[in-house]
Design a binder for this molecule. Structure first.
Ligand SMILES: NC(=O)c1ccc[n+]([C@@H]2O[C@H](COP(=O)([O-])OP(=O)(O)OC[C@H]3O[C@@H](n4cnc5c(N)ncnc54)[C@H](OP(=O)(O)O)[C@@H]3O)[C@@H](O)[C@H]2O)c1
Length: 260
């Protein structure tokens, strides 16, 4: 698709992968709106990219999703790209029961439900545009799960499945559905959990993810696996058990968990 002169909403665009995507969209002469909960992160992003439009919201809240879409369509009616990028990741040990499950933000609300809800709000608008896109940011962990972050992985597998159905539903419209599938990326997604568990592999730089994303978008490659996810996608179909072991050993300090 055309990657210039669009109007783009990037959820969670103030940090990490979202911020790199924002930089590259701005560099290509697109109008970019970013949203997130932390005002200070939004202002820091605005200092780096004075052209961007920032909007503070919490996508866990149903009414705030509606208000965000209204803000975009009222103030930036040319909007034609949604990047469902905002996400959180938590370690949850089900041996600790409900206490651990409810001890933090809902990954289901943020990583999955908000993406689906924003899609429902934008699609009727996007189909009226000559070209539009929904770009869902999933993860290699949606293909092969990391057992210590079980709900996160389930949300990414769910978003992958949703992307396939949506693409099928919209195939005769002007709306393209992309899935960007990063490997481990060096961002603050895990809020320091990688360091706490002694994980040495911090992953690729978010710049690499954005670079590969743009190559994929330009070539209308609807599923864009980044870096080692290309191998993961094929390898996990041939030897799923081996890849499950590899991912869980690679990331988890073997002394801290049953990473067999
Ligand atoms: N890092 C990785 O290894 C990796 C690998 C594969 C896929 N991904 C995916 O890439 C996407 C971006 O993550 P990242 O790695 O760039 O981490 P990140 O820097 O932590 O970015 C996540 C962004 O989402 C925003 N966000 C979280 N909850 C929100 C909410 N309720 N409402 C609005 N905004 C919210 C955060 O801002 P606030 O906290 O200020 O709201 C933050 O800007 C995520 O979907 C993640 O799952 C990451």
């Amino acid at each position: 698709m055309k990657t210039t002169d669009n109007t783009v909403l990037i959820t969670g665009g103030a940090t990490g992968i979202g911020l790199e995507l924002a930089k590259d969209f701005v560099a290509k002469n697109n109008t970019v709106i970013i949203c997130g909960r932390r005002a200070e992160k939004l202002s820091e992003a605005k200092k780096i990219l004075p052209q961007i439009i920032t909007y503070q919201c919490n996508l866990s809240e149903l009414h705030q999703r509606r208000e965000l879409v209204e803000f975009c369509t009222q103030n930036h009616p040319s909007i034609n790209i949604l990047v469902n990028n905002a996400g959180v990741q938590r370690e949850i040990n089900f041996l600790n029961g409900e206490a651990d499950y409810f001890n933090g933000e809902s990954e289901i609300a943020i990583n999955l439900e908000a993406c689906i809800h924003l899609t429902a709000l934008f699609v009727p608008y996007f189909v009226q545009r000559s070209e539009a896109a929904i770009i869902n940011v999933t993860s290699g962990l949606g293909i092969v799960p990391l057992s210590i972050t079980p709900v996160y992985c389930a949300t990414k597998a769910g978003l992958h499945s949703f992307s396939i159905s949506l693409r099928y539903q919209l195939k005769h419209t002007s709306v393209k559905v992309f899935e960007l599938i990063p490997p481990i990326v060096d961002t603050e997604l895990d809020r320091g959990a990688r360091d706490r568990r002694g994980q040495k592999d911090k992953g690729v730089k978010p710049e690499i993810v954005s670079k590969e994303a743009f190559e994929g978008l330009t070539n209308d490659q609807l599923e864009i696996p980044v870096g080692m996810v290309k191998i993961l996608k094929i390898g996990s179909r041939i030897t799923p058990e081996l890849f499950l072991k590899m991912i869980n050993k690679k990331v988890v300090n073997p002394s801290a968990s049953d990473g067999k």
